[in-house]
Structure formats: C-alpha cells, structure tokens
Design a protein around this ligand. Sequence first.
Ligand code: G3H
Ligand code: 13P
Ligand code: ZN
Length: 319
Amino acid sequence: MPLVTSAEMFAKAYDGGYAIGAFNVNNMEIIQGIVEAGRENNAPLILQVSKGARAYANPIYLKKLVEAAVEDSGLPICLHLDHGDSFETCKSCVDGGFTSVMIDASGKPFEENIAITQEVVKYAHDHGVVVEAELGTLAGIEDEVSHAEGSYTRPEDVQEFVERTGCDSLAIAIGTSHGAYKFKPEQCTRDENGILQPPPLRFDILEDVAKRLPGFPIVLHGSSSVPQEFVKIINTYGGAMPDAVGVPEDQLRKAASMAVCKINIDSDIRLAMTATIRKYFAEHPADFDPRQYLKPARAAVKAMVAHKLVNVLGCNGKA
Ligand code: G3H
Ligand code: 13P
Ligand code: ZN
C-alpha cells in the first residue's frame, strides 16, 4: 500500500469515536519505534514532519525513511507537514510526495488566514493532497502566548472559515499547548496527594464547534501528557526539568470519542527517548556505541506509542 491521505482515516475515526495519532518524526529510531507500535496494534498512523525536522534531517531522508516504514509495515500511513508556515513550504512538501500538509496561519488576522489557507488548499487539492488549517492560538513554549480567553478558538468563526477555505480538517485551541512545560504549578491546583492538576480542556468549545461543523474532523495540537515517570528519570540521572504537567490522558480519550480525529504527540516521544538514554548512560558509563543506547530508546518510543494507540486514541485494530 502506498502513502495515503488522512481522508478515509478521519471518516472512520469520526464515526468510530476514536482518533488517529499524529506523531512527530525526526530520525530513523523514532520512525521505527512508532511504526512498530502501529504494526503490533494494527493501527493507522500519521507521521508528521515539522520545519525543524526538515532542517535537522533533510526532507529527502525523512521521506525515504517513511517510505521504508510503509513498505515494511503494510500499514496505512499518512505523511503530513506539521505547522507549515507559508505557501512555499506547503508546496515543497506537496511536490515532495507528502499526502497531507498543515498551513498554520493561525497567528495572522482572520481574513489573512483565510487567504493563505485558500491558496494552499487550491494547490494541494489539485495534487490530491489534503490540508489541515488552524483557528485560534495555542499557548506554549514556542510562541509564549498565554492562556488568555482570546486565544481559544471562537466557535462562531469556524463554519465561515471551513466553507471559504475548503480545508479538510481544522486544528482548534481548547486549552492544550505545545512542549513539555504546558502547565506550570502556578496554573494548576493540587489534589489531596499534592499532584498537580491542570485546568480542564474547554469541552464546551469543542462541542459548539462540532455542532457547527457536523461530521468535520477536528485536530488537537499540543496533546502530550508529559508522563511524570519520564521527567523523574530525566531528573534522577542528571536532568533539570522544572515542575510541569501535560494534558491528562482521560481528557484526550474523551476528545477522541467526540469530533477530534487527530491528536498530535511530540514531546512525550522526546521525553521517553531522553529518559531512556540518560538512564542508560548512568548505568553503562563505559559504553560508547550509539546502537547500545538508541536501541532501548527506540523500544521506549514503541512502548509509549503503543500505550497511546490503545489507551488514549482507541485506534488499535483500525488499520
Ligand atoms: O508543534 C511543534 C512540534 O512539537 C514540532 O517541534 O519544531 O521542535 O520540531 P519542532
Ligand atoms: P506536544 O508538544 O504536546 O507533543 O505537541 C506536539 C504538536 O502539537 C505537534 O504539532
Ligand atoms: Zn502543533
């Protein structure tokens, strides 16, 4: 099976009350860990490439690695551009064989966001490629936007945006944010055991958006859960990550059962790899062959992704 778009994946996910995992890829071990988890759980996958990943790994290498994953696994896999920042970046990915692109003009005024998204949709659709767009702004370490009310997606805008742009899916802001430091202690409450509890996602906005766009696939960015066991391992073995938590998995599961068809996870992959490698180095100080520490790091990615596929996304068995 060749690379596929996300169209059929999303249609089935919407009807089935689950979501597809969109995992960021930067190198061979990450791709192998994700795809091995997908294969063992018979799950469709979206592998997404950011501008930073393109700069780090070279788009040709990433494309060829993903093609190898498709050939080796036989799974339906969609290759997606994450946070495309311009028509030119999106065009380059369409021309390079991606099956899905995101144009993220969410930081621009509404009319400008519509205009640039329209341009990308026209080019992408002419080449059989689907387009994700975004309305609303996520908080997070990348842009340092705060959780002000104004950054949430305004449900009253979504219908006009989707109709005028013709985009195939829409990322919305309901309180998730990018990175491993999503919710700092001052943004949280504590439960009776002293565990940090982040502010709940705005399910009222998601419900309102879903009512206005029946059957239309919604995307959540910034959906890592920042597993505290990884942060603890990192800090035990020489790291210095400050106290922060991510999006609770039960809330993501709930979103996946609603209109959310794509859930983006990157930071949790980084945490799983780094925790494993830091521990490995501490326990094997004489080792120096990269295969020795990348092998358990790849296995940690696989275990973490398998957990997400089964317990959070619910897309196991849906390939
Ligand atoms: O949303 C951003 C993704 O986590 C990609 O991050 O730009 O550091 O590759 P990156
Ligand atoms: P996280 O930083 O929460 O993993 O989000 C990743 C993401 O949204 C990629 O687009
Ligand atoms: Zn994102």
